[in-house]
Design a binder for this molecule. Structure first.
Ligand code: F0G
Length: 461
């Protein structure tokens, strides 16, 4: 295998075997990449090469939307790769959502990652991460999660029986759809009295102390799998590169992996231009926005100003500022992949924006009304695209792909609270998130069990 791990810090550049289980560079503490000796590998000459696999769908690795691009993430022999049928996702042009965003017909596309087996994009990464776990002989895997990573890990472990799973979630900080998945798929579920940032810190400690394999996006193999979301976007556009990719930003694994995908595709001569990247924070979990736009933090050739980041977090702690947003999936204030995301923003001439919970929940209702149910965090991408069009940063006619990261039923409470606003059941669920109006609400009508009254309601409509 011509794969290895490499420290992202150019002043260190440490390299390590893929059989080593490392979460950070043992020399300098920076994040690690999976890298390849591409010149020793059989790399396709064009992306159209991958079309040959469309006719081989009875082969589970060619069916997989991750492993049918194996040549672009070749760290394990194909027959050793874990798959549960991930990546059967679609890119759909959506003119109604384009109109909501202020864009021309035909210029806005939604990449619907909610169609994955566990209902979120995480399965792309988990297929790759579980594969590496198997390679190194791990018996138990762990993650901290706002819900989707835990659901995905639990599913992969449940189906493949490769490892046992233990998941750490913030108590009361996880949408029920996701919690129910972790429980149902049989993960040992630890609810920490704290939030995601607390759980993330603890899981690293636990996995170090107990030798449990860590499957958060800190794990560079996870991000290899997530590159394939971009390969499928290109595939659906018949290998044409769009103008923009817009993605919600939480722990910043997706944005980091998208950047790596484009860096590699360009280096390998498989694309001739690179899309711009927009990473969208929720206003209540906006560390990236504050650091990137407020503090001017940049990749800087890999020499990231860590003193600036440390000072930012120290200030955050001094003010006791905790992440708080209705988009619970991205309720994260200490994104572990920050430096890799800066690299992606640098390579893809990126921008960062934040959107309020009101903007998120309205965008979500518009996405739903036009046939694509998603969870609140996913809608941040569409709300962010709208903002960028209003600012004139994204042109009305530019081709934009918004990533819908998770399925609608992940967080039914947010949806029903918006449409039904049932205060008895939800309390002031919207109000506590500063959501004042439900402009696109489609409220259920309560009616007595009486045929005439039911007919009256329907005649009124
Ligand atoms: N959208 C959804 C639905 C997510 O679940 C997440 C992350 C993100 C967006 C943000 O992606 O972290 O790559 O920037 N969820 C993680 C979890 C943190 O634990 O499930 P990111």
């Amino acid at each position: 295998m011509f794969a290895f791990q490499r420290c992202v810090n150019p002043d260190c550049g440490g390299t390590f075997g893929i059989d080593e289980v490392l979460h950070r560079c043992p020399h300098c503490g920076s994040l690690l990449d999976v890298d390849y000796e591409w010149d020793k590998l059989a790399v396709p000459k064009s992306l159209a090469y991958f079309e040959r696999y469309w006719a081989e769908r009875s082969n589970p690795w060619r069916f997989s939307g991750v492993w049918r691009f194996h040549e672009l993430l070749p760290f394990a022999p194909l027959e050793k790769c874990a798959t549960v049928g991930e990546g059967q996702t679609i890119l759909q042009r959506n003119d109604a959502v384009a109109s909501f965003v202020g864009k021309d017909s035909g210029s806005l596309f939604l990449q619907y990652e909610g169609l994955n087996p566990s209902g979120s994009f995480k399965d792309n990464g988990m297929a790759a991460g579980a594969t590496h776990g198997r390679l190194v002989g791990a018996k138990q895997a762990a993650c901290a999660s706002t819900g989707n990573t835990s659901a995905s890990l639990a599913l992969y472990c449940g189906v493949t029986k490769l490892m046992k799973s233990v998941v750490f979630v913030g108590s009361g900080k996880i949408a029920y759809g996701k919690l129910s998945q972790a429980l149902d798929y049989g993960a040992r579920t630890i609810q920490i009295r704290g939030d995601f940032d607390d759980a993330m810190a603890r899981v690293q400690e636990v996995s170090r102390k107990m030798g449990i394999y860590l499957l958060n996006s800190l794990n560079p193999f996870r991000l290899e799998g997530q590159k394939t979301i971009m390969f499928r976007v290109l595939e659906a556009l018949r290998w044409e590169v769009p103008d923009w990719i817009v993605v919600p930003g939480g722990n910043l694994g997706n944005s980091s992996s998208f950047g790596k995908a484009f860096i590699e595709l360009k280096k390998l001569g498989l694309i001739d231009r690179v899309p711009r990247l927009a990473v969208i924070n929720a206003a209540g979990a906006d560390s990236l926005d504050r650091l990137y736009n407020g503090e001017g933090l940049r990749w800087n050739g890999g020499r990231v100003d860590h003193a600036k980041i440390d000072a930012f977090y120290a200030q955050m702690d001094a003010e006791n500022r905790r992440a708080d947003t209705i988009a619970s999936a991205i309720e994260i204030n200490r994104p572990v992949n920050l430096t890799k995301c800066l690299r992606a923003l640098d390579f893809c001439n990126g921008v960062v924006r934040k959107v309020t919970d009101q903007e998120i929940i309205d965008a979500k209702a518009q996405i739903g009304a036009n046939g694509f149910g998603c969870e609140p965090a996913s809608a941040a991408s569409v709300a962010g695209a709208k903002k960028l069009v209003e600012e004139g940063v994204v042109g009305r006619d530019e081709r934009v792909v918004c990533i819908l990261t998770g399925y609608q039923l992940k967080d039914p409470n947010a949806t029903v609270a918006y449409h039904g606003d049932d205060q008895k059941f939800f309390g002031d669920y919207l109000g506590v998130h500063g959501i004042k109006t439900a402009r696109y609400a489609n409220a259920p009508v309560v009616v007595d069990n009486d045929i005439d009254k039911i007919l009256d309601v329907l005649r009124d409509a």
